[in-house]
Design a protein around this ligand. Structure first.
Ligand code: APR
Length: 247
């Protein structure tokens, strides 16, 4: 493994542009369960009943039972060594942008500057009926949160059945198609269109470095270097090796 870390660090030092794609796995060590591992969110809440935009329109109170649990866990979470390590790479000028599927804002809390929130974020909420938008921290804590028009608000995160807004979609594809390295951290790459990002990078001849506790469908198909382990530990080791090489 150490040889693989050294090789990955060397590639990152040499690359003109490295982009990261992160998923729920990078926030697991911050106490936020991921979706598809054992004990993950979709094991407790059926995504077809709680995670689709139709489910929200039909029964927002029910979906807010899941959202309440998620927001309680997110509000207690702090960035972990995985987030901090990616921020350090960015500050060293070795990581251009972080494309995250996560809605927890932990990359920004860790000081990352260029972050594309591919699935939106939970900092703001909108009314599907009248379009009014609110900041989560300006609401009075009523559960579920309501709009002035009386309807239940929806967090500005992308539910299944919703399209990714044009800006993050285009920007992410442009970055994937112009990077030399795509650092894929803590994602099962099960969800389209986010899961097309590694493919776009590969088509543009980028090298894929994957960090995960276990292999995914990417590992045997697109990944060039697979660094097995928890994101916090592996990213920290990678940054340590990059620093050693940069001396
Ligand atoms: N370190 C590294 N990887 C980890 C860790 C960890 N500590 N813990 C879990 N993982 C890995 C799992 O092995 C898995 O491959 O993180 C991945 C998490 O996969 P998912 O739970 O499917 O989460 P993600 O890939 O982010 O899901 C994508 O699906 O449900 C939607 O909108 C939701 O953004 C989410 C999208």
């Amino acid at each position: 493994m150490q040889a693989e870390v050294r090789k990955a660090a060397g590639m990152i030092c040499q690359a003109r542009k490295t982009v990261a794609l992160t998923g729920a796995g990078i926030s697991v060590e911050s106490g936020i369960p991921d979706f598809r591992s054992a004990g993950g969110l979709w094991e407790r809440f059926d995504p077809m009943e709680y995670g689709t935009i139709d489910a929200f329109r039909v029964n927002p109170e029910k979906v807010w039972r899941m959202l309440r649990e998620m927001s309680a866990v997110i509000s207690r979470a702090r960035p972990n060594a995985g987030h901090d390590g990616l921020t350090r790479l960015q500050r060293m000028g070795l990581l251009h942008t972080i494309i995250t599927q996560n809605i927890d804002s932990l990359h920004q809390e860790a000081g990352a500057v260029r972050v594309i929130e591919y699935h939106g974020n939970s900092r703001t909420l909108s009314c599907l009926w009248c379009g009014q938008q609110y900041r989560a921290d300006e609401l009075d804590g009523e559960q579920p949160p309501k709009c002035a028009c009386g309807r239940i608000l929806k967090p500005d995160v992308i539910f299944f059945g919703e399209t990714i807004p044009e800006e993050p979609l285009r920007e992410s594809y442009k970055l994937a198609s112009s990077c030399q390295i795509l650092l894929v951290v803590g994602t099962s790459a099960e969800v389209i269109p986010a899961s097309t990002i590694p493919y776009a990078a590969k088509m543009a001849k980028a090298k894929i470095i994957e960090i995960n506790v276990k292999p995914t469908w990417l590992t045997a198909s697109l990944t060039d270097i697979f660094l097995e382990g928890e994101a916090g530990k592996v990213v920290t080791g990678l940054v340590h090796e990059v620093k050693r090489l940069m001396r």
